[in-house]
Design a protein. Structure first.
Length: 136
């Protein structure tokens, strides 16, 4: 990775309920604005992936969650940064509500492929939209 690129370690929650997945939309003014994503965010120094994801879900969605198994780890190079992304199967322990003004939706599996997601999410979207049992 070139010295001028930042490495960001990010965790994201794959939350499935009744055949639908919880997704949020990135707000205006942020990297990849307007794209849909699985909720989560950047890890702080010394923070475990699981602790990061639990914190991010509280901060973004006012939700406690059970952090389950790792589904996929991947890396993607953007022009100005490299993202190391860790997707975990999660279960909400109560209702979720967007705290940052972001749009939030529950979407059917087949709808995932129709929404614009960041390039780093492509492998996960491909896995989730394959016929057969859910990987979560």
């Amino acid at each position: 990775m070139p010295a001028d690129k930042r490495l960001l370690v990010v965790t994201a929650a794959v939350i499935e309920r009744d055949g639908q997945f919880l997704v949020t939309r990135r707000q205006a003014g942020v990297h990849l604005e307007g794209f849909w994503e699985f909720p989560g965010g950047k890890c702080e120094a010394g923070e475990s992936h699981e602790a990061c994801l639990a914190r991010e879900l509280r901060e973004e969605l006012d939700a406690a969650a059970e952090i389950g198994a790792l589904i996929l780890s991947t890396r993607h190079d953007y022009e100005d940064r490299t993202v190391e992304l860790h997707f975990f199967a999660c279960r909400l322990l109560g209702p979720a509500r967007p705290l940052l003004g972001q749009e939030m939706r529950w979407v059917d599996r087949h709808e995932l492929g129709r929404l614009p997601f960041p390039p780093a999410d492509r492998e996960l979207i491909d896995r989730l939209t394959q016929p057969g049992p859910s990987p979560s």
